[in-house]
Design a protein. Structure first.
Length: 132
């Protein structure tokens, strides 16, 4: 079995199109993706079944990325966090393992996910594999 299939990637994104696209890309690479539009629901999932990686949009409804991280930190040790943002000034800080500025190259995203989940990189991404 591909080790990526055992890795759970929690994806928190309020743009439905981006959420679906990133979910398809990561699933196409073999990861188990847990997509969430609502950060409050995502935090409940983290507490219920901690993921191997969290990909977090910084500007969200109901709760921004900074508040999400405060709640995440309060719940104890957690998976690495990658923040997706359009804010070119946001930098890595405690609780943020990596910052990716949108638009993100697919190769950059998939290589980072592989590194942070300690998996070999997925074979080169192709839409054919995603929609097969």
């Amino acid at each position: 079995m591909d080790p990526r299939a055992q890795k759970r990637v929690l994806l928190v994104e309020d743009d439905e199109g981006v959420l679906l696209l990133l979910s398809e890309i990561l699933e196409g690479c073999g990861y188990r993706v847990l997509p969430f539009f609502n950060p409050i629901d995502a935090l409940a999932e983290v507490r219920h079944a901690p993921p191997d990686l969290i990909i977090l949009d910084w500007y969200l409804p109901f709760m921004n990325g900074k508040d999400f991280l405060k709640h995440l930190e309060a719940s104890g040790p957690h998976a690495p966090v990658v923040v997706l943002t359009g804010d070119v000034n946001l930098r890595k800080s405690p609780g943020i393992d990596e910052v990716l500025v949108k638009p993100v190259g697919l190769d950059v995203l998939t290589e980072l996910v592989a590194t942070l989940t300690r998996c070999a990189p997925a074979p080169h991404f192709s839409w054919t594999r995603v929609h097969a």
